[in-house]
Design a protein around this ligand. Structure first.
Ligand code: FAD
Length: 374
C-alpha cells in the first residue's frame, strides 16, 4: 500500500498523515475549509496519553511549544469547599492547554514541514471503491484516488455516512458549553493549575494562562443553543453560577471574549471500515467534552492506524486490528465522559496511562496487540 487519502485537517487528519509518512506511506490531507478549520473560540487540553501518541512519531514538541502546562487540578463545590486535589507531572509529559485553532495550526505546520501535502477547500461529498483502491469526489468537482481513504472529518463525518447511511447522528448531551478569556483580574489560580467547580446548577473550570489571563469554560444544562450573541452567552453562563459562593460568575461577567455552543457525542458507530474506507477520531467516536479526552483519543487513533497499515498484510487486516484495539477504549471513554457531564463521578484518570511503542511491531491479528486493554 503506498497512498492514502485523508479527509479532514483537524486533529486526527494531519497526525494520521504524519504517522503514515513515518510508516513509508504517502498521505494527502483534504480539508473542507479554505484556510484550515477555525475554532469556535474554544481551547482544549491534550492529556498525557495524547502527548504520548504524538511522541511516538516525534511530533509532541510542536504542541508543547504553543501551549501551557498544567500541573494539577483542584475540585471545589459550589459553596467554595475544596473536595480534592490532583497533581500531575510538570514536565512535558503533562497535560498542555491551547486554543483549538492553535492546535490545528501547530499540527498543520508540522505536517507541512515533514512534506505532507494539505489541500484546502476540498469538502468530501462522495467516495467509491475502484478496482484497486478508492476514489473521492469533492464539492468543487475535483477527484482524488488512493489505496485507502481515512475519514478524519469529525463529529458530522460524511465518511461515516458513506460507510453506513444508517449510522447514528450526533446526540445532544443536554449541555451548553461556554468558553471565555478574562483579563484584568488578579490571577484566579496558581499558574497552570486548573480549578474545577461543581456548582449547584452547572460545572465551571478555569486556569491562569502565562499571560495572566483567566481561561475558563462552563457546562450548563439547557436546550440546544441555536446561535446567540456574546452578551446572551455571558448572561446565561453567569446566571448559572449566580447562587454559588465561587468566583465563576464574576469571571464570566468580566470576560472580554466569550463563545457559546453545545456538547454532542456519538456513543457507538457500528461500521468503522469497509476494507478501503476507515474512520478515525470524532468521525468514529465522539465524546462529550467533559473528560477532556476527545483530541487525545483522536491522536491515539491516528498513530495506531498507521502502525496497523505499516505492519499488517493489506488494508482489510489492518482495519480489523485497528478497530479491535481501539473500539473498547474509545467507547468506554464516551460513556465516562457522558457520566461526568451528568455530574456522575467516574475515573477518567485511568485513560491517561496509555503508551504506544511505535517501534514495536503490531502483532498477528489473532494475537493480542499493543494498546489492547488487559
Ligand atoms: C467545546 C469542546 C471542548 C473540547 N475540549 C476538549 C479537551 O479539552 N480535550 C480534548 O482532548 N478534546 C476536547 N474536545 C474534543 C476535541 O475537540 C475533538 O475530539 C477533536 O477535535 C477530534 O479531532 P478530529 O480530528 O477527529 O475532528 P476535528 O478536530 O473536528 O476535525 C475534523 C476536520 O474535518 C474537516 N471536515 C469536516 N467535514 C469534511 C468534509 N466533508 N471534507 C473535508 N473535510 C471535512 C473539518 O473542517 C475539520 O477540520 C472538545 C470538544 C468540544 C466541542
Amino acid at each position: 500500500m503506498t497512498r492514502a487519502l485523508i479527509v479532514g485537517g483537524g486533529v486526527a487528519g494531519p497526525v494520521t498523515a504524519m504517522a503514515l509518512r513515518e510508516a513509508g506511506i504517502e498521505a494527502v490531507v483534504h480539508e473542507a475549509y479554505p484556510t484550515g478549520a477555525d475554532d469556535i473560540g474554544a481551547f482544549l487540553t491534550i492529556m498525557h496519553n495524547g502527548l504520548d501518541a504524538l511522541r511516538a512519531i516525534g511530533a509532541e514538541q510542536c504542541v508543547v511549544d504553543r501551549s501551557f502546562a498544567a500541573d494539577g487540578l483542584d475540585l471545589y463545590t459550589g459553596t467554595g469547599h475544596l473536595v480534592s486535589e490532583a497533581r500531575w507531572h510538570t514536565d512535558v509529559t503533562g497535560p498542555r492547554t491551547l486554543r483549538r485553532s492553535t492546535l490545528y495550526r501547530a499540527l498543520h505546520d508540522e505536517a507541512a514541514r515533514r512534506g505532507v501535502q494539505i489541500r484546502h477547500g476540498k469538502r468530501l461529498v462522495r467516495a467509491e471503491h475502484t478496482a484497486d483502491g478508492v476514489r473521492a469526489t469533492f464539492e468543487d468537482g475535483s477527484r482524488a484516488e488512493g489505496d485507502v481513504l481515512v475519514g478524519a472529518d469529525g463529529l458530522r463525518s460524511v465518511t461515516r455516512r458513506i460507510l453506513d447511511p444508517t449510522a447514528p447522528e450526533p446526540r445532544y448531551t443536554g449541555l451548553n458549553v461556554f468558553y471565555g478569556y478574562t483579563e484584568g483580574l488578579a490571577p484566579t489560580t496558581a499558574p497552570g493549575r486548573y480549578h474545577m467547580i461543581t456548582g449547584s446548577r452547572a460545572f465551571f473550570g478555569h486556569a491562569t494562562a502565562p499571560d495572566g489571563r483567566t481561561w475558563w469554560f462552563a457546562r450548563v444544562p439547557g436546550d440546544e443553543l441555536r446561535g446567540g450573541s456574546p452578551g446572551e452567552w455571558a448572561e446565561q453562563a453567569s446566571a448559572a453560577f449566580a447562587d454559588d459562593d465561587t468566583p465563576a460568575a464574576a469571571i464570566v461577567r468580566a470576560s472580554g471574549e466569550i463563545r457559546g455552543g453545545n456538547a454532542y457525542d456519538v456513543p457507538s458507530t457500528p461500521v468503522w471500515h469497509d476494507g478501503r474506507l476507515v474512520l478515525v477520531g470524532d468521525a468514529a467516536h465522539a465524546a462529550s467534552p467533559a473528560a477532556g479526552q476527545g483530541a487525545s483519543m483522536a491522536l491515539e487513533d491516528a498513530v495506531v492506524l498507521a502502525m496497523c497499515l505499516r505492519d499488517l498484510p493489506g488494508p482489510q487486516a489492518a482495519f480489523e486490528v485497528y478497530e479491535r484495539v481501539r473500539r473498547a477504549r474509545v467507547e468506554a471513554l464516551v460513556e465516562i465522559s457522558a457520566g461526568l457531564g451528568a455530574n456522575r463521578t467516574a475515573d477518567s484518570y485511568s485513560f491517561y496511562r496509555h503508551h504506544i511503542e511505535w517501534n514495536r511491531p503490531v502483532d498477528d491479528p489473532a494475537g493480542r496487540v499493543q494498546g489492547d486493554r488487559p
